[in-house]
Design a protein around this ligand. Structure first.
Ligand SMILES: [Zn+2]
Length: 151
């Protein structure tokens, strides 16, 4: 069991600046990765979520860049970060969903699935639907509405 926590470093080790796709221009925020307790504290702050009480899946994806096509503006992020070939929701990049409070969300979660340096160079995606934490390969999470490159 963890007790929280002697070993927080003062600054995020890495961070993703989140921006919405063309259809969700108001959606923006940050996801910070702070080394803690043998894992990572993931601190998420988002504004401009499309629904007042929406729930939005969030995952770390394998790709490096928030780019894609007209039909899927973040297609190049690829699949969930999954170096050990697990099933969803046991991918290294799987995270709890974010909850909208009149379009705003702040959350912090501890995970020991990765160290901050293991996700640097990958991408964070916010999806339009909640994750069902069951359906393969990505929890039936809907389309990708926002993206950030972890740097
Ligand atoms: Zn997954």
């Amino acid at each position: 069991m963890f007790t929280f926590c002697q070993a927080l470093c003062r600054c995020p080790c890495c961070k993703a600046v989140i921006h919405g796709s063309e259809k969700f221009p108001r959606l923006h925020g940050t996801v910070s990765f702070i080394k803690a307790c043998g894992g990572t504290l993931v601190v998420t702050e988002l504004s401009g979520l499309p629904e007042n009480k929406g729930v939005y899946a969030m995952h770390i994806h394998n790709g490096a860049e928030c780019s894609g096509t007209q039909a899927d503006p973040f297609a190049n992020v690829g699949s969930h970060l999954n170096p050990d070939n697990s099933l969803h929701p046991f991918h290294m990049g799987d995270l709890p969903a974010v909850f909208s409070n009149d379009g705003y969300s702040w959350s912090a979660v501890f995970t020991n699935r990765f160290q901050p340096e293991q996700v640097t160079g990958h991408t964070v995606i916010i999806h339009t639907a909640p994750d069902d934490y069951h359906t393969q390969p990505s929890g039936n999470s809907g389309i990708k509405i926002a993206c950030g490159e972890i740097r």
